[in-house]
Design a protein around this ligand. Structure first.
Ligand code: UDP
Length: 484
């Protein structure tokens, strides 16, 4: 009898791209579904899974959810293959090229299920995988939906890459052309410049493989049964409405980290323990340092998990921070700077000023850092998770986008939502110094006001009756219904 009941519990396969931001948000969704009593299989690449095991307690943490499984698949690359900076897209190409037969075999053979719930009844696939997960799901008759981890504004723009070519707006004609306004992305006509288009558009001709891949992959989401976006009505409602022209059924569930925290708090009468999904060892000593800093006096500096720096840019940021005279907490990942070395002499004035009012950490618990009372600003690469985490914490931003969706996110942060400043395409110590002082002092009140208002909307959206909350209920119902 008990076994019969188990078999009617749906098993959802969640398959993210092998990158910190994708894994973070899709693991939050996985936990939300597990909290609702669904059985979940989380499929990571071996490379990512090994790093998660090394740096976190995820296996113990998720063992409390009945039927929760971690499974792994190869990304097709050698273990020591570089996976950051401009080599990151090779991971995407490799997974898209090689994974389809392996995924099919894992589904057919029951490797993605447990003894109680052996069959996958629903798939939530990272939309960046395009058609191959949909092909497999269709062949095996399993309902599948796509999860896009980028902002709605970015995802909408992807649908219009072909129009940009047809209208002659792309390719971009050199540096002097970067400030030209773009007309072919609806709703963004007045403010989106060439430089704000997703980084994939910065190519000299339209046959570039990466540029061509984006609309192909994006169009595949139209074949999925529905689309999940990590955003919320109050932030991107009108843009989400425009996407329904291509993908009529959309669940906005974000901000997922806040959504999970809210549901965990409900389940435990208010107490939540911050949990890490980090791919690096987390240095918590920065929180002790923050404890001793004045209210909103620190600018937190972090460029996510993929950005790499030239030594020149690193020095410009460093000088800018030091010359601003503001306090700063800076994440220096072990693989942050490109090229060999580390033996260069750092000027003594930088070392002394950093000792006086700065703190450098290898990798930090970012959600906790942003929520700390001492943090008053965020110098960020504008990755979508970081942007949402900053919004929820009510922390204004300086954006220094590195690639991909970050270019358009930073334009929306500065021009549309007014949460801060955009430092795109510039890395100059004087500009850094000025922007840090504008954010932390001169224009602080304005930015804080708009960010605080949006933080409130974000929290409402994940509270009972809010849009993201209700959408999650709908998704869970749909998953249960299809398993019957
Ligand atoms: N992150 C973290 N500690 C750090 C740096 C980053 O926990 O020191 C997390 C951050 O909270 C976010 C994710 O890593 O959830 C980065 O995702 P994002 O989309 O912002 O950027 P990506 O790394 O994908 O470029």
């Amino acid at each position: 009898m008990e076994n019969q009941e188990q078999q009617t519990i749906p098993r959802v396969l969640i398959f993210p791209l092998a990158a910190q931001g994708h894994v973070n948000s899709m693991l939050k969704l996985a936990e939300l579904l597990a909290l609702a009593g669904l059985h979940v299989t989380f499929l990571n690449t071996d490379h990512i899974h090994n790093r998660l095991i090394r740096h976190t307690d995820i296996q113990t943490r998720f063992s409390k959810y009945p039927g929760f499984l971690f499974r792994t698949i190869s990304d097709g690359l050698e273990e020591d293959h570089p996976r950051t900076g401009d080599r990151f897209m090779e991971v995407v190409y490799s997974l898209n090229d090689k994974t389809k037969p392996i995924l099919r075999e894992m589904l057919v053979s029951g490797k993605l299920g447990s003894a109680d719930t052996p069959l996958v009844t629903y798939i939530i696939s990272d939309g960046i995988f395009g058609g191959f997960t949909i092909d497999v799901a269709e062949e095996l008759g399993i309902p599948i939906i796509h999860f896009r981890t980028v902002a709605a504004c970015c995802f909408l723009s992807y649908f219009f890459f072909p129009d940009l070519i047809e209208s002659g707006e792309l390719p971009i004609r050199g540096k002097e052309d970067m400030d030209r306004l773009i007309k072919s992305v609806p709703g963004m006509e007045g403010f989106l410049r060439c430089r704000d288009l997703p980084g994939f558009c910065r190519v000299s001709d339209a046959t570039d493989p990466c540029f061509r891949m984006i609309p192909q992959v994006t169009n595949q989401s139209r074949r999925a049964r529905a689309l999940i976006l990590n955003t919320f009505e109050g932030l991107e409602g009108p843009i989400v409405s425009r996407i329904t022209k291509f993908c009529p059924k959309i669940y906005t569930l974000g901000p997922l980290h806040a959504h999970l925290n809210a549901r965990l708090a409900n389940n435990t009468n208010g107490s939540t323990s911050q949990s890490s999904n980090c791919l690096y060892d987390v240095d918590r000593s920065c929180l002790t340092w923050l404890d001793s800093q004045p209210l909103k006096s620190v600018i937190y500096v972090s460029f996510g998990s993929i950005t790499v720096f030239t030594k020149h840019d690193l020095m410009e940021i460093w000088y800018g921070l030091v010359n601003s005279k503001q306090r700063f907490l800076w994440v220096i990942r072990p693989d942050l700077v490109e090229g060999e070395g580390g033996d260069d002499m750092v000027p003594v004035e930088l070392v002394e000023a950093t000792r006086e009012r700065g703190y450098m950490a290898g990798y930090v618990p970012q959600e906790e850092v942003l929520a700390h009372r001492a943090v008053g600003g965020f110098l960020t690469h504008s990755g979508w998770n970081s942007t949402l985490e900053s919004i929820v914490a009510g922390v204004p931003m300086i954006c220094w986008p590195y690639f991909a969706d970050q270019n358009i996110n930073s334009r929306f942060v500065s021009e549309v939502w007014k949460f801060g400043l955009d430092m795109k395409d510039v890395c100059d110590r004087k500009v850094v110094e000025k922007m840090v002082n504008d954010l932390m002092v001169e224009r602080r009140e304005d930015f804080e006001k708009s960010t605080a208002e949006m933080a409130k909307l974000a929290k409402n959206s994940v509270s009972e009756g809010g849009s993201s909350y209700s959408n999650l209920e709908r998704l869970i119902e749909d998953i249960r219904f299809t398993a019957k």
